[in-house]
Design a protein. Structure first.
Length: 139
């Protein structure tokens, strides 16, 4: 792991309001494998504000656009699978085989299940004289 000293907020990597660093320690050997920045209330507020802003446009994306987005996430996850395995091994102190066969594979499995659920989800459902339309209410 490398030092991760910025937060991804509103589509950009940004510095924290804080200079405080937290050591990331591999519990298997107690070695420091990196540092992360301690976030502040202000950092959280910026992230929440960005999420609300994103919701106003994302709520209008079509099912097909969301399916494409999840497919892109799956593709990138698969391309970086070994990076996930290595990070999990270092951060959890887990054996490499466990990180590869159980931990990292669970992440990709969850995304595939989300994709399958989206493909089969009925946003509009006829109910007799009316149609039930389900709309997003948050991010």
């Amino acid at each position: 792991m490398k030092d991760k000293l910025q937060f991804y907020i509103n589509g950009s990597w940004v510095d924290s309001e804080s200079n405080e660093r937290i050591e990331v320690i591999n519990p298997a050997n107690e070695e420091i494998i990196g540092h992360v920045t301690a976030g502040t209330k202000g950092d959280i507020d910026r992230a929440v504000t960005a999420a609300f802003k994103a919701f106003s446009s994302f709520q209008h994306t079509s099912k097909e656009e969301r399916i494409e987005l999840l497919n892109n996430i799956i593709s990138e996850y698969e391309n970086r699978y070994d990076d996930f395995v290595q990070a999990i091994t270092e951060e959890m102190g887990a054996p490499l085989w466990l990180s590869e066969k159980a931990q990292a594979s669970t992440g990709i499995k969850n995304i595939h299940e989300t994709l399958d659920a989206l493909k089969n989800y009925q946003f509009e459902k006829p109910e007799g004289d009316y149609t039930l339309i389900k709309e997003p209410i948050g991010v």
